[in-house]
Design a protein around this ligand. Structure first.
Ligand code: FAD
Length: 380
């Protein structure tokens, strides 16, 4: 045993599981592992919730997901419905319809085909809305909207509140969080993983890479390259408007997602991107792109035409080429697991993925359909 590893063993810096990354996925996996009786240490290079998990739009959305994600998203949704019981914190979670509006007949046909596909797969949480049904749910929608697709029992939550609630509950169960503690060199020693950090070496038999946009760098350092692109989804908040919308609304043919908050402000996001620089921990707003988002919102909801933008921000997020995450065991090393690359829709999946991974790590197996998310898909 090296001197550093010896120090880790005798200084409270050993555990059953080391988690790298204090976003929602790291915190959720840590909590669920602790619930299964494991000792857990979370290493976070900045502070918990500092990146995508703290600054996202809070959409708790199953609507429109890649088919491979649907079973995991469904599992996560069941946890969201009981989030207060799990975390002793309601996370600001509210059930609200998520609706995709069709602006053309081709978009409406595509939504109907998707609803039929999901039905054939045994899922009935997405339902078609005709013109009248759409207007019953969205009275302020523009005249040209033809219908839509809705997940009526989806919702939204508060991102920081949620990520901190996972951290707090995990800490209450004994999980040790080390912030300002970047994982550096990683090696295997005597069947354990040893991770060097500015706060010394940490050691555990199991290691989870939940490092978000930095997950690819970590995977690469462990001999498993994964092509993570750092992206910067952008958000806008408007001034307060008279109440006009109770749903979370998206467009079908162009990027948009928004919801109106109880105080009347409208929080708009949904896909247009700024510039991300993960190496420097930075994201930057691109104003021409922001203008397009605002224009789409105003096209779909004329009531928003006079709104003013009072605030905007973006955050660094990990995107995979196929826009689905890497979740599951390493294809190369026993005791190593990955959960990164959530491609701008990982907030909703946090509770479920953490539960599934904790089960996998604790028992060595899972019934969850993880094959499409294997890091091995990038090996070629
Ligand atoms: C503006 C915006 C809007 C979004 N809207 C939604 C939405 O409405 N619904 C939805 O479902 N998803 C949404 N997302 C996506 C969602 O936020 C992310 O998919 C999710 O938060 C990813 O969580 P994570 O834990 O994997 O990553 P992160 O939150 O990025 O956490 C990873 C952590 O790992 C740490 N880390 C990295 N390297 C190291 C290291 N070497 N050592 C120690 N720590 C390290 C980082 O500092 C970071 O804190 C949005 C994202 C953004 C940016």
């Amino acid at each position: 045993m090296t001197a550093a590893a010896h120090a880790a063993t005798h200084s409270g810096r050993t555990a059953d599981l080391l988690v790298i990354g204090g976003g929602i996925h790291g915190c959720s996996a840590a909590l669920h592992a602790a619930l299964r009786g494991m000792s857990v240490i979370v290493l976070e290079k900045d502070s918990v919730g500092r990146h995508a998990s703290g600054v996202n739009a809070g959409g708790v959305r199953r609507l429109g997901r890649h088919y491979a994600e649907v079973p995991i998203s469904q599992h996560s949704m069941q946890i969201w419905y009981g989030i207060n019981d799990l975390l002793d914190d309601d996370c600001g979670f509210q059930i609200a319809p998520q609706i995709k509006v069709a602006e053309t007949q081709a978009e409406l046909n595509a939504l109907a085909a998707r609803a039929a596909d999901l039905n054939a797969l045994g899922f009935d949480h997405e339902v078609m809305l005709d013109r009248a049904q759409l207007r019953a749910l969205l009275p302020a929608v523009a005249d040209h909207a033809l219908g839509g697709l809705a997940a009526l029992q989806d919702g939204f939550a508060q991102p920081y509140q949620t990520t901190f609630a996972f951290q707090r509950k995990a800490a209450a169960l004994g999980v040790r969080f080390h912030e300002g503690c970047a994982a550096g060199a990683i090696r295997q020693e005597g069947g354990d993983w040893v991770v060097e950090t500015p706060q010394g070496a940490f050691r555990a038999a199991k290691l989870l890479n939940a490092a978000g946009a930095w997950g690819g760098v970590l995977a690469q350092s462990l001999g498993e390259p994964a092509p993570v692109q750092a992206i910067a989804p952008m958000m806008i908040v408007t001034n307060r408007l008279p109440h006009f919308c109770d749903a979370v609304v998206g467009a079908t043919g162009r990027p948009l997602s928004f919801k109106q908050m109880p105080n009347g402000t409208v929080v708009i996001g949904g896909g247009r991107r700024g510039r991300a620089d993960a190496a420097r921990n930075l994201s930057e707003i691109l104003f021409p792109e922001l203008r397009l988002t605002a224009q789409t919102a105003a096209d779909l909801f004329p009531v928003m035409r006079g709104a003013n933008i009072i605030r905007s921000w973006s955050g660094v997020e990990a995107c995979m080429p196929d826009e689905i995450p890497v979740i599951g065991p390493s294809a190369r090393h026993a005791g190593l697991y990955h959960a990164f690359g959530f491609s701008a829709h990982g907030f909703q999946m946090g509770p479920g993925v953490g539960d599934i991974l904790a089960g996998l790590i604790a028992t060595g197996g899972t019934n969850a359909p993880l094959a499409p998310f294997s890091i091995a898909r990038f090996a070629a």
